[in-house]
Structure formats: C-alpha cells, structure tokens
Design a protein around this ligand. Structure first.
Ligand SMILES: Nc1ncnc2c1ncn2[C@@H]1O[C@H](COP(=O)(O)OP(=O)(O)O)[C@@H](O)[C@H]1O
Ligand SMILES: [Mg+2]
Length: 407
C-alpha cells in the first residue's frame, strides 16, 4: 500500500480492501504475489529470472566497485556532507526464501535484494533512483520508510532510524507506491482523505490548505466524490499523491508513480512534483522506468542493479557512461530518402543516424548526451517536417551498455 499512511502501523487495521495484508511484515512484504496489480507481475517475475542468468558474469566484475561517476571516476562515499538528510551507509537487505527441492524437502536460500548501498541525499534534492526490475529499488524505499528493517548497515532519514521509529518518521515522510493504493477502495476519494486527516492528526487549517492545493494542482475536483475503484489508473495515482502530501511531509518517496499512466496524466504528475519541490523544498526520491521522468525532474540520478549502486551523477553523464542514443521520430509531408545531417563540427560523422524509414516517418538516432534542439532546427529548416517526438532510451539498454563499457 502507499501514501504516508503506509508507514503508520495502525493504518493496516483500518483498511479493508484486502491487497495489503502483508505490509509491514518482513517475511512477506514486497512479495509480488501480494501486490494486487496483476499487470506487472509476470513481467517482473520473468525479468528477474532472466537477469540472474544473463548478467551474473558481468555483475561479478562490479561487485566491489564504487559507483561510476559521470566522468568515469569513482565517487567516494565521504565526498558529501556527512549530515545528508537521507543517509545510507553500507545498507543491506537479505531475504531468506525457501524453495521446494523435492517432495518434502525445502531448501533455504538468500536473496540479497540490497547489497551494501551508501548514499546521501540533501534536503530539497530531487533524485531519481532507477534500475531494472528486481534491482532492489522498492526494497530500498521500504527500508527508508521503516516498513522493512535492514539486515545490515546504517540508515537515517531526518536523523531518525526508520525501522525503530516508524511512527515518528511517518509524520515527516510521504510514500506513493505506483502499484498499490493507499486509498480505501470502496470509499470516495474525499473520505479517504478525511480518514488520513484523523490518522495523522493534521491541524484543520493545514489539512484544508493542503487538500485545496492538491485538488487544484492535481485536477481532482471532479473526482472527490467518486469511489476509488471507479477511478482510472492516472486518476487514482493523482489521488494517491495527494494522500501522501496532506500531512506536509518533508520527504516524498515515489515508487514508479508514472507506471502505466497515459501521456496527459504523466505530464500532470511531473508538473505537480516540480512545483512541490520548487515551492516547498520537499525532498523527492523517485523510482521510475521512464527516463523522461528523470530528464524533466531530477538533476541527479542513481542507478542500482543487483542491489548495488552502479552510478551516481547527472542524467547526461549516465548517457555518456552508457554511450546511449536517443531517438528522434520525425513525420515528414511525404516519403523521402533517409535524412542525413552532417555533424556540426564537420568531422565527417553524421549528426543523426537514420535507423528506420516507414513511409513518411523516420527514426533518427543521435547520441543521448547531445542536445536535440539544434538537430530539430536543422531538420525543420531542410525538410518538410509535420511532427516529431524524442524518445529516451530505455533504462535496461543504458545499463546493459554500462556493463559493456566498463572493463
Ligand atoms: N519479501 C521478499 N521476499 C523475498 N524476496 C524478495 C522480497 N522482496 C523483494 N524480494 C527480492 O528482492 C529483489 C529486489 O526486489 P525489489 O526491491 O522489489 O526490486 P525493484 O523494486 O528494483 O524491482 C528481487 O530479487 C525480489 O524478488
Ligand atoms: Mg519495485
């Protein structure tokens, strides 16, 4: 379940929609089977199976390295202020799982979901936390809320040890898990908010102001009387984000808040988060699969894979390390031969690479770290351009390239 409420222990008892029975329970929490979102299960499961085979060999190369910085140097965990608002030092989470190994026998084995992670996040920062499925992102966030207790290492949020003082921390943080909801399924949105108002003992005026602001900026006015189960995914997500903010948290954790959302909802959510961060200085840690979220919101991105931090730096730097390409998809007035643009520096290398032509539509790859604007301007000047869009590379591809490019 989601929302700041996810971290208030008593919340579980109030709820009744059945998806969350295991929250707060180390043994079962995070188990995909209880997530209540069937769309994503198969993907996650298949994916994590593959990952462990394909990447094991490469992975071992990285096990003992510090994450790579944008310039290829390693980043010492000591190079930031020691009093980061969020601080992790060698944090680990090991799950013990039992597998059937024959008729009666069950084998125990360990899953190192988070395998020694250290980082600092300063107050007011907006940081992206990305990585493939099964990388350990949600586990990290659950430890940061106190839902899960780390198996090792040291973790502090606003000076609080989350798993020891979960309720105290709950008043200072908000959480949104994109694949669950904190809202009461059968109640209108407004009633869920009222319950949170009481649970968090939010002063009346504060509550009013925060609710009004969220309703306005997240466009919830028409939805307040609608039972949550009747909301679309995008509407529900906006409702969940509002729920996580009614008590004015200083930190907001968002775990895949844009997953499955349509373009319009994504844009609304992004605009809202940007304003929240700018106006209130809310610290935001954002897990996402969509690099556009990061591009538009986060000055800093951390990449996690196999429970380890692989990269900590700017998105541009990540593209450089991963040598990734972005894609310009252009629609021309008519079918034309593949577009060719000489590079601006005259070095002979084309500035874009036509990778696919389908009637009047062309796909043009260019280095992800390069700026798209001058390319678009040149194309618009020389070709009959009707429409265009820029596609970000997917995270899996960037990370795969990182492995290839690191010796
Ligand atoms: N409660 C749990 N019990 C056993 N294994 C778990 C549990 N929660 C997560 N895992 C495993 O830990 C790893 C990291 O999971 P998770 O943090 O959910 O990854 P992500 O959010 O990056 O997709 C995965 O291999 C996952 O199967
Ligand atoms: Mg996850």
């Amino acid at each position: 379940m989601a929302g700041g409420a996810a971290v208030l222990p008593e919340h579980g008892q109030l709820r009744n929609h059945g998806n969350d029975g295991n929250d707060g329970n180390d043994g079962n929490d995070g188990n995909d089977g209880n997530d209540g979102n069937h769309r994503n299960h198969d993907n996650e499961r298949n994916h994590s199976n593959h990952r462990n085979h394909d990447n094991d060999r490469n992975h071992s190369n990285h096990r003992n390295q510090e994450p790579t910085g944008p310039d290829g140097t390693t980043r010492e965990s000591t190079d930031m202020a020691d009093d980061g608002f969020i601080s992790l030092d060698g944090v680990e989470k090991v799950f013990e799982v039992r597998r059937r190994a024959g008729l009666l026998r069950r084998e125990r084995h360990e899953v190192r979901a988070v395998d020694g992670i250290s980082f600092r996040v300063a107050r007011g920062e907006m940081v992206g936390y990305i990585g493939p499925n099964g990388a350990g992102k949600s586990t990290t966030i659950k430890m940061l809320t106190g839902i899960l207790t780390p198996s090792g290492g040291r973790l502090r949020v606003a000076g609080i040890d989350p798993s020891r003082e979960r309720t105290r921390l709950a008043h200072r943080i908000g959480v949104v898990f994109g694949q669950r909801t904190t809202l009461w399924w059968d109640l209108p949105l407004r009633d869920s908010y009222r319950l949170m108002h009481r649970m968090y003992r939010i002063p009346e005026r504060r509550y009013r102001e925060n609710l009004d602001r969220c309703v306005e900026l997240l466009d919830l006015e028409k939805l307040l009387e609608v039972p949550v189960r009747q909301l679309s995914l995008g509407q529900r997500m906006r409702g969940d984000i509002a729920a996580a903010l009614l008590h004015d948290p200083e930190v907001l954790y968002l775990d895949e808040p844009t997953i499955g959302l349509d373009v319009v909802s994504k844009a609304k959510v992004r605009r809202f988060l940007k304003e929240l961060n700018a106006e209130r200085g809310t610290t935001v840690l954002l897990t996402t699969h969509d690099l556009t979220d990061i591009e538009q919101l986060c000055g800093r991105v951390m990449v996690i894979d196999h429970g380890r931090l692989m990269y900590d730096g700017s998105l541009t730097g990540l593209h450089e390390v991963g040598e990734s390409e972005r894609m310009l998809v252009v629609d021309l007035e008519s079918e034309l031969p593949p577009i060719r643009l000489e590079s601006a520096d005259g070095g002979g290398q084309p500035a874009v690479r036509a990778v696919k032509v389908e009637g009047p539509r062309q796909w043009l790859a260019f280095p992800a770290a390069a700026s798209a604007a001058p390319l678009v301007a040149r194309i618009a000047a020389d070709y009959p351009l009707v429409d265009l869009s820029v596609r970000e590379p997917d995270i899996e591809a960037v990370i795969a390239r990182m492995y290839e490019s690191t010796p």
